[in-house]
Design a protein around this ligand. Structure first.
Ligand code: GDP
Ligand code: GDP
Length: 454
């Protein structure tokens, strides 16, 4: 059996394939206790036992990067959220639905020692209707005798069950080979060629005013779209007319629904955030300016950064701010949002409508930046002057040179510098800053990497 012994996140490969675009997403789904998290740990090559035997423990992280046979992909662990017994079936179906939306490939884990349960049937039903490739992992097949039990899982109608032991690693390499087979060569274009309305994710922790802003924006012209056929879900997106164009606000059903009191709501919310980001081009991150910035605000911002989407940060409830609060807010922003000096900022009041009209110009600007392509000749002329004025620091007695540069991608913009030697991180950041100043990428992340030519 192939083992996953040397599987894991390989940092050295990052420098080589920096501009390969978003990674394909593998979501691991299944009811509690089938071994999802054990399997995720094995896939990402994490040795230490982080699997909790305590039910209902919320694990914070959701996505991980993994490599198998040189292919990189993102693994989404839906195991961190254990639904309550009440309403469990519905929750599991919903969890599977979200996973299906955000993933390119779904890894459905079933406990072969238990066989097919009602919950497994429900998940199977949702996944069969998802249109996404599904791989059925028959877990806890710790030895050969147990492979017979795995065969019983054919009844789910999802094709051949792949026997595996997440705990011992048995056949886990074979399973990953099957996963690799189903991964798209390049992740599918998430917004299609003829692009339709631009897609906006409205994000923020509970009570920041997402629903209020949505109502304010949508007014009476709200159109509900995309009822998902054959499921119990609410409509997913809303088309909203703003500034003479139509915008698609993704997963507004999730915003309007009040599931914040649920156990595991945090984890659930972060899955939704991630899923909304996958489907959008830009995020509006709403922050309650009347209260101190929280971990949760920063976590949402981190997810946006990780996603490579354009970003507008909207400080809401401005009507509640007195002079003192305004002063401290600016301090908090200086201290805590240093990672995203590029994000566009607006101050608004969703309740009164104050300055809400400033959102549209901000998201238009950010999307423009996100799609900007700098012509190669212009980029190289600019860099030649820049390097002449401020050469890279000498390393090992040698002066590295930038031989050539190109913008390898847009949405988000990615620049590749071909160099004759290693450029220090600080120098690369300097270049990134100057590219921003010169070409204007307000509201968009940009990425600058180097390729060393011998
Ligand atoms: P999750 O709730 O689906 O994420 O499940 P966990 O990964 O937390 O695993 C639930 C329990 O099943 C833990 O006690 C694991 O040690 C155990 N388990 C997971 N995979 C295997 C396996 O391949 N064989 C056996 N025997 N036990 C396993
Ligand atoms: P959500 O959970 O993010 O959707 O937040 P809601 O839109 O439900 O808003 C939560 C609470 O904050 C409600 O009581 C709103 O009336 C209030 N709220 C939202 N925006 C504002 C605002 O700009 N100013 C004030 N004063 N209250 C607001």
């Amino acid at each position: 059996d192939a083992e996953l012994a040397d599987l894991g996140t390989d940092d050295s490969s990052r420098e080589e394939a920096p501009d390969s675009g978003p990674l394909p997403v593998v979501a691991v789904v299944g009811r509690p206790n089938v071994g999802k998290s054990t399997l995720v740990n094995r896939i990402i090559g994490r040795r230490e036992a982080v699997v909790e035997d305590v039910p209902g423990v919320t694990r914070d992280r959701v996505t991980y990067e993994a490599t198998w046979r040189g292919r990189r992909f993102t693994v989404v662990d839906t195991g961190g959220w254990d639904p309550d017994a009440t309403g469990m079936a519905l929750r599991i179906a919903e969890q599977a639905q979200i996973a299906a939306e955000l993933a390119d490939v779904i890894l459905f884990v079933v406990d072969a020692t238990v066989g097919v349960t009602d919950s497994d049937e429900i998940v199977g039903h949702v996944l069969r209707g998802s249109g996404k490739p599904v791989i059925l992992a028959a877990n806890k097949v710790d030895n050969q005798q147990m492979e017979l039990e795995a065969a019983a899982l054919w009844s789910l109608g999802l094709g051949e069950p792949q026997p595996v032991s997440a705990l011992h690693g048995r056949s886990s390499g074979d399973l990953l080979d099957v996963v690799l087979d189903k991964l798209p060569e390049t992740p599918p274009q998430r917004f299609g060629a003829e692009r339709g309305p631009r897609r906006v994710a409205l994000l923020g922790k509970p009570n920041v005013g997402k629903s209020s802003l949505l109502n304010q924006l949508a007014g009476e012209e709200r159109v509900l779209v995309d009822p998902m056929a054959g499921t119990t879900r609410d409509p997913v997106d809303e088309l909203i007319q703003l500034g003479g164009r139509t915008w698609r606000f993704v997963d507004t059903a999730g915003i309007r629904r009040r599931d914040r009191e649920l156990k595991g709501a945090d984890f659930y919310a972060s899955m939704r955030t991630r899923s909304a980001l996958e489907r959008s081009e830009i995020a509006i991150v709403l922050i309650d300016a009347s209260e101190v910035l929280t971990e949760q605000d920063l976590r949402i911002i981190s997810l946006v950064i990780e996603s490579g989407r354009a970003m507008v940060v909207a400080f809401n409830k401005w009507d509640l701010l007195d002079e003192d609060r305004r002063y401290y807010l600016e301090k908090e922003i200086d201290r805590q949002l240093v990672r995203v000096p590029w994000a566009l900022r607006v101050n608004i009041s969703a309740k009164t409508g104050w300055h809400v009209d400033r959102l549209v110009p901000a998201i238009e600007k950010a999307l423009d930046s996100w799609s900007t392509r700098v012509p190669t000749a212009r980029l190289n002329a600019f860099l030649t002057d820049l390097v002449a004025a401020t050469p890279p620091p000498v390393r090992g007695g040698k002066q590295p040179k930038i031989l050539f540069a190109t913008q390898a991608a847009t949405e988000p913009p990615k620049f590749v510098l071909f160099t004759s030697g290693f450029l220090e991180e600080t120098y690369r950041r300097f270049i990134e800053r100057r590219i921003r100043e010169e070409f204007g990428f307000a509201g968009s992340p940009i990425d600058v990497t180097m390729r060393i030519r011998e």
